[in-house]
Design a binder for this molecule. Structure first.
Ligand code: TYM
Length: 338
């Protein structure tokens, strides 16, 4: 009874991460950390977006392994499966089905203009497939199926959130109000964590130089070494100014996300200190925080049955909500139902 009334009063939150490569601290700070922080106040759905992952060619065995590794990472980072619905996107067929319908409310020109599509097309010039282009429509389907109010993501997803709202609004205008228009929620600090070697560029799982990326499974020595080499500037002042000091500001963002301190507190703490000491402190803080997450992830991964059960339950709960939305959409657009 309590669970039912909670679901009625709470707003709905949705987010997803692709199970590709190793995750980075950018994924953690931009999305997973907010998911963990917000899980108590919302009715939450968290997916492992394996259907989005195949828009870039994947090795099947690795995709399977990374899917489970991501479930374990969600839990190790603090997502509580008794509070939120954790599931694999392909386990709920409604995502592909709604995406097809939404395709007919989306214009080719809109998709061609998406920054991520343009970036990924340049990166994978030999495989500019329809899925890559259709990626935001599938993402809109993910979000809209659950009547989502808020979507915590990094700033790179803002354009996809906006097109999701446009598609939903278009559908609502043509028929009657059907979809809830979702709001993107971006962390105040850390919505775009930069590459350590090129801080104006987004830290990415698939960066050409892994030296600029901290992976969630990097060990302490690797983490410290990468932070030591992080690009800063020619001044010697630890101050948050993303325009003039992108390197130092990026390190400050990472430090505050992992230490729980504010930017002002961090600036005070490092006032008068050199960049070498600062970088070491950031590295140590990150490594200290990641070590227990890594060992918990490994412990959980050894218990495949436990993870499978969470996914089975998650898929069933997700399907219930998603299929109701899909059925409503089918009715509105005139699909004959038996
Ligand atoms: P993905 O797997 O690329 O990234 C997962 C999340 O990490 C955020 N992120 C970052 N945030 C800050 N700084 C960075 N350097 C950084 N790199 C990545 C991303 O913004 C994202 O929130 N399309 C999504 C997955 C998805 C989804 C959805 C998200 C599929 N369906 C529905 C929300 C709702 C993506 O590319 O994730």
């Amino acid at each position: 009874m309590e669970e039912v009334s909670e679901q009625i009063t709470k707003k709905t939150l949705y987010s997803a991460v692709q199970p590709t490569n190793a995750l980075t601290i950018g994924n953690y700070i931009g999305a997973i950390k907010s998911m963990v922080d917000m899980q108590h106040d919302y009715n939450c759905y968290f997916a492992i977006a394996n259907m989005h992952a195949i828009t870039v060619r994947q090795v099947p065995a690795q995709l399977r392994q990374k899917t489970l590794a991501l479930v374990a990472l969600y839990l190790a980072c603090g997502l509580d499966p008794s509070r939120c619905t954790i599931y694999v996107q392909s386990h709920v067929p409604c995502h592909a089905e709604l995406a097809w319908v939404l395709n007919t409310f989306t214009y080719v020109g809109e998709m061609e203009r998406m920054t991520q599509f343009k970036d990924k097309s340049a990166k994978h010039a030999d495989n500019i497939n329809m899925g890559l282009m259709d990626y935001p429509v599938l993402m809109a389907a993910d979000i809209l199926l659950y009547k989502t109010d808020v979507v915590p993501v990094g700033i790179d997803q803002r354009q996809h959130l906006e097109i999701c709202r446009d598609i939903a609004q278009r559908f609502n205008n043509i028929y009657s109000p059907t979809f809830v228009l979702p709001e993107g929620v971006y962390p105040k600090v850390g919505a775009k964590i930069g590459d350590l070697l090129e801080p104006t560029k987004k830290m990415s799982k698939s960066s050409e130089n892994p030296g600029g990326t901290i992976f969630m499974d990097d060990d302490k020595d690797t983490i410290i070494r990468k932070f030591r080499r992080a690009v800063t500037d020619s001044e010697n002042e630890i101050r948050y100014d993303p325009e003039k000091k992108p390197g130092v500001s990026n390190l400050l963002s990472i430090y505050t996300a992992f230490s729980g301190k504010s930017i002002e507190e961090a600036e005070r703490e490092f006032a008068g200190k050199g960049y070498g000491d600062f970088k070491l402190a950031v590295g140590e803080t990150v490594a200290e925080k990641l070590a227990p997450v890594q060992s918990e992830q490994a412990r959980l991964l050894a218990d495949k049955d436990y993870l499978d059960n969470i996914l089975r339950e998650g898929a069933a709960k997700a399907y219930k909500v998603a299929s109701a939305t899909l059925s409503k959409v089918y009715r509105k657009i005139g699909f004959y139902q038996i």
